[in-house]
Every structure is written in C-alpha cells, then in structure tokens.
Design a protein around this ligand. Structure first.
Ligand code: HEC
Length: 196
C-alpha cells in the first residue's frame, strides 16, 4: 500500500526533470530563444516527432480527393506563388530570406522528411499550420480551402520533379514589390538593348 505514494513521487519527479531539462536544453543551447540559430539534430528530432504524434490518425490516413492532373498542378502553382513561395521558394527548397531566417527554418520539401509524410499529414499541416513556427494555418472555414490545400499537396508531391518551365511559371506569378517590378522592367529594357 505504501508503494503508491512513492510511485506518484517518481512520476512527478520524472515529469519535473523532463521539463527542466527541456528548458535547460533551449536556454543553454547556443543562442537561447534566438531565431537566428539552426536547430540541432536532437531538437529537430523532438520537434518533428512531437508534431507527427499530434496529428490525429484519422487525418493522417485521408486520401487526396483531388485528381493529379495538369490543371490541378497549374492551379496549385498559382496558389503556391501567391501564398507559399515567399517562405518555401518557388521550387520548395525554402531558400528565401524569410524561409532561411525564421526558426525553425522552412524545410527543403523536396527531401525525404517531407516526401515521406502521408498526403493526410501534409494536408493537416497546411490547414492547421505548425504552432510556435512561422508556418501559418491556411484554413479559414471556407469550403474551397480544403480543395486548395489538397491541390497544394499534389504540387508538393511533384516538387522533386519540378521542371524549369514550371518553376518559371511560379516565379512569374510570385507577387513583387514596386521596387522589384521596376528593377525587372529596367532589366528587360537592358536585355532588349534599350539604351535609355
Ligand atoms: C511565413 C512563412 C511561411 C509561409 C508563407 C508558408 N509556410 Fe509552410 N512552413 C513554414 C515553416 C517555417 C515550416 C517549418 C515548420 C516546422 O519546422 O515544423 C513550414 C512547414 C510546412 C509544411 C510541413 C513540411 C514538413 O516537412 O513537415 C508544409 C506541408 C507547408 N509548410 C506547406 C505550406 C504551404 C502549402 C504554404 C502556402 C499555402 C505555406 N506552407 C506557407 C513557413 C511558411
């Protein structure tokens, strides 16, 4: 009978030790809470597994209801250019100023850690975002959101095989600041041999 209180103490002590070591892990890692440092392998492993475990099994096993057609991919490219490429880059590499300097950084989605995930997991992440990261939740409650997200899942699956033309199509549709537009016009003029 005396064993129960000791058992509870043990559980509490283990819990407290876990929380303290997690806090120490963050605080004593090179730059504390700074967004500029790279997450180490242990932190990446913990974060990725915690996130995967938090996705309900019913969501993980959902099948993509949107057919994998040229039209789907074309619509998804427009959407990706508009909403995702600022962080994830046109080709999904995450190689943009925003994608690189947020913490955790935007992953290279062409690589196995992303491609190994189920369609349902990718869909869930797009709809719900990832807490404590720069990844926003895109679901607003409108019915077309789910459609758009499933189309984006098709595009993410296609990223490892993205052609140069498809990448150019995304870049062409990526929003630009007025300064960037002006620069492009100047470049075009120069390439056309316009001396002015
Ligand atoms: C403001 C920056 C930002 C924007 C815009 C953004 N994301 Fe993300 N996204 C991130 C970051 C950062 C992560 C990594 C989160 C993490 O490490 O858990 C991420 C992760 C993801 C993941 C999970 C990848 C993986 O390997 O687990 C998917 C899928 C994703 N984003 C899709 C999208 C789509 C689709 C859009 C556009 C509708 C989008 N994101 C827009 C920053 C962004």
């Amino acid at each position: 009978m005396k064993a129960l209180p000791w058992f509870l103490c043990g559980v509490l002590a283990t819990g407290a030790a876990f929380i303290l070591s997690a806090a120490a892990f963050i605080l004593f890692s090179a730059n504390g809470f700074a967004a500029s440092s790279r997450p180490g392998p242990l932190e990446t492993w913990l974060a990725t597994h915690a996130r995967a475990a938090a996705i309900p099994a019913s969501a993980r096993n959902l099948a993509n209801p949107i057919p994998d057609t040229a039209e789907t991919l074309s619509e998804a490219r427009a959407h990706w250019a508009d909403h995702c490429a600022s962080c994830h880059a046109a080709d999904g590499s995450g190689d943009t100023p925003l994608g690189r300097h947020t913490w955790p950084p935007a992953p290279d989605m062409r690589q196995p850690p992303t491609q190994r995930q189920t369609d349902g997991e990718l869909f869930f992440t797009i709809q719900n975002g990832v807490r404590f990261t720069a990844m926003p939740a895109w679901a607003t409650g409108a019915a077309h959101d789910a459609h758009d997200s499933w189309k984006l899942v098709r595009l993410i699956r296609h990223l490892p095989a993205l052609t140069a033309d498809e990448k150019a199509d995304i870049l062409r549709q990526t929003p630009r600041t007025p300064a960037e537009l002006q620069e492009e016009i100047e470049e075009q003029k120069f390439l056309n041999g316009d001396k002015e």
